[in-house]
Design a protein around this ligand. Structure first.
Ligand code: ZN
Length: 223
């Protein structure tokens, strides 16, 4: 059975990524951007994604870490970007710089934001049908996989499935558990799965790193 797993917005949370990898069905897995930012394990997360051969598109936080341009970020997110830049070596930075803005497989178009604004557009679950149809025209694949919002949703427009698997490292839908999605590529049936992980460990490492305490607090509330 052809199956595909989607993960997004790991955001440098090693415990959340490990917990999700333990639960993923055996299948190809894509990451929809924001490997780093917010959380305290950027090097470990880059290493684990590469070791598991999970390809990723570029996220806006990945781009900011590469360029150092945080002008679009709030002060808390910007502080985490600066901290991340100090932690990573040249090789890790060039990995982030190499991430493509979009990815196409036979069935899937993958992007962090949207097919028209690849890094920065938040696509919400209640987006108008016409806009999603426009995306389908740009993507030209049966599945459009998006990140960035940190809230899982599944929409269908015509024959196209538009979905966001939610965030691994910083869920924002009020559920603190890490999120991923798995798709049966024959039926296009989607399952969104939530996984508990060791938030205490992430929170402790956030505080130890001197990152803003709000980044730890928000993980418990899932926002
Ligand atoms: Zn993100």
């Amino acid at each position: 059975m052809a199956r595909l797993n989607l993960i997004a917005d790991v955001h440098a949370s090693l415990p959340a990524l490990e917990a999700v990898l333990d639960e993923l069905p055996r299948a190809r897995t894509l990451h929809l951007g924001d490997v780093v930012g917010y959380n305290p394990h950027p090097g470990e997360v880059i290493e684990l994604l590469r070791e598991r051969r999970i390809p990723s598109v570029m996220g806006n936080h990945d781009m900011a870490v590469v360029t150092g341009d945080t002008s679009w970020f709030n002060p808390v997110a910007a502080r985490a970007i600066e901290w991340t830049r100090e932690q990573l070596g040249e090789e890790e930075l060039s990995y982030l710089a190499s991430l493509p803005l979009e990815m196409r497989t036979e069935e899937v178009y993958a992007v962090h934001g949207s097919p028209r604004r690849k890094l920065e557009e938040y696509v919400y679950p209640d987006y108008p049908e016409e806009v999603l149809e426009g995306f389908a025209g740009l993507a030209m694949r049966p599945v459009i996989a998006l990140g960035h919002l940190h809230i899982p949703f599944v929409r269908r427009t015509g024959d196209t499935l538009v979905l966001n698997p939610g965030s691994v490292g910083q869920p924002r839908d009020g559920c603190a558990k890490a999120s991923f999605a798995t798709i049966d590529l024959e039926t296009l049936e989607v399952e969104v799965v939530r996984v508990e992980y060791d938030i205490d460990r992430v929170a402790r490492d956030i505080l130890r790193a001197g990152l803003p305490a709000i980044l730890a607090q928000r993980l418990y509330a899932g926002y």
